[in-house]
Design a protein. Structure first.
Length: 464
């Protein structure tokens, strides 16, 4: 199997140039109109903030600090399992003030600092590395800024630089002249700065501007005043798209999905209608996989070589083996495991169940907490009755067994290898290998009963 991710590993940084990452996540995110913190809204099933953390982790940072503010409890809970430090910005006094709150968390650190934004989740590790590499260029810039050229520059801050990328300053739109607003190179907000420069520059920041805030961008001008040059490198607008509203969240999701679909096809998967397929951040696809229209992958889906996922299927937390077939209209829930050449057909739900090699669960069936042996056949309408309201129980179906349509297998129960369960049976006891289980009342036929019933009902209706 193979996987695609933006967070590809990079060689560990030289001990002489360790990296620290500061992620700003203190904003209130009021435009999201949500009880969930803005940076925790998911893209491809993973919170935006954790996308960024994963990409940065590929650079092996010595320290990662997330600056929190409103809703800090949610953010702290999200990063605590990763061992990431947090720093509180109690008052929202601007981006420069926000970065300054990481001072204590970075005490004693001597290296390069990457400044990122929790609501700008798609920045790749490769771009972060380019920023670090530029910081150590021959001209040794004081600050490296990541710029971009959007189709509509709008109210973005403008990067004032020469053709070689040597920067003069960054000016916020509200403070810019008409000539400066005509510049198309915009500031993403992301920066790389040496720790020895960063806090010295932050200490000199003022807030004499239209917003009365301490702008991080002003450190470029402060460095220039001290005779130090800064530099800008560029990336595409999609990579630095920010999320401040539900509409922008949908736009970033669409951008991520488009990139992932393209990569899936480059890597050897066939997507019949790419725009209708939705991947999770960790979806794994093998070669020669075929994905039909309107398929959704939740977290934890692994699809082996040569498998086919038919239209309108949902796969989450499940493993699909080599050459297996799923759907259409199938749902594989967490813990589903299909071995090679297994088939799960239309309107079938599988949960915490192993479907053995070549086994068939073709239609209208629920299989939960079960082991289905190789070559077994599960008839239409079969269900495993796995839950009594308090506990879950397991069903075992042996190799080559045949379960007739509309059967109920009441767990815990074992159907032996090669056994046959007659259609319409309710099986509550184990069935021996190669046995026939016929669990249904005898059929009774009453001659002429239907005709007499009809005559009686017609007469009754006529009398009304």
């Amino acid at each position: 199997m193979m996987t695609h991710s933006n967070d590809q590993p990079f060689p560990a940084p030289s001990p002489a140039h360790p990296i620290a990452v500061v992620i700003l996540a203190a904003g209130k995110g009021t435009r999201m109109k949500s009880d969930l913190h803005k940076v925790l809204h998911p893209i491809a099933g993973r919170p935006m903030l954790l996308h960024l953390v994963a990409s940065a982790a590929a650079l092996h940072p010595a320290k990662t600090v997330v600056v929190t503010g409103a809703g800090r409890e949610q953010v702290e809970a999200a990063v605590a399992p990763l061992g990431i430090s947090t720093a509180l910005q109690a008052e929202q006094l601007g981006t420069g003030h926000a970065v300054a709150q990481a001072r204590d968390a970075l005490a004693g650190f001597d290296g390069d600092v990457l400044i990122l934004y929790g609501d700008v989740p798609l920045v790749t590790a490769a771009t972060m590395q380019r920023m670090i590499d530029r910081l150590h260029g021959d001209d040794s810039p004081a600050v490296v800024v990541l710029g971009f050229r959007p189709a509509n520059p709008g109210a973005y801050g403008r990067v004032i630089a020469d053709a070689a990328g040597r920067m003069d300053r960054i000016v916020e739109y509200k403070d810019a002249s008409e000539a400066e607003r005509a510049v198309t190179l915009c500031n993403s907000g992301l920066m790389a700065v040496r720790s020895t420069d960063l806090f010295a520059l932050l200490d000199r920041l003022g807030n004499d501007n239209a917003a009365g805030e301490y702008y991080l961008t002003d450190i470029v001008e402060l460095a220039a005043a001290a005779g130090r040059s800064s530099a800008v490198i560029e990336t595409g607008a999609d990579e630095v798209a920010g999320v401040n509203s539900r509409g922008e969240l949908a736009g970033v999701e669409a951008s991520w999905q488009a990139t992932r679909r393209a990569q899936a096809m480059v890597d050897g998967a066939t997507l019949i209608a790419p725009d209708t397929v939705w991947f999770s951040h960790d979806t794994q696809l093998g070669r020669d996989v075929v994905i039909e229209p309107n398929v959704v992958f939740g977290p934890g889906a692994r699809i082996a070589d040569g498998a086919t996922i038919h239209a309108f299927s949902h796969v989450e937390g499940a493993t699909v083996g080599k050459g297996a077939n799923v759907g259409p209209f199938a749902r594989l829930r967490p813990g589903a495991e299909l071995h090679a050449d297994a088939k799960v057909g239309n309107f079938v739900e599988i949960k915490k169940a192993i479907i053995g090699e070549g086994a068939k669960v073709s239609h209208l069936t629920y299989i939960g907490d079960a082991d289905i042996g190789a070559g077994a056949n599960i008839g239409a309408g079969t269900i495993t009755c796995n839950y009594d309201g308090y506990f879950k129980y397991r069903t075992v179906v042996g190799e080559g067994a045949f379960i007739g349509s509309n059967s109920a297998l009441v767990a815990p129960v074992t159907i032996g290898a090669g056994a046959i369960v007659a259609a319409g049976s309710v099986v509550t006891q184990d069935v021996e290998a190669d046995a026939l289980a016929l669990v249904r009342p005898p059929q009774i036929s009453k001659q002429g009963w239907a005709a007499r019933f009809r005559e009686k009902m017609i007469a009754r209706k006529a009398a009304r």
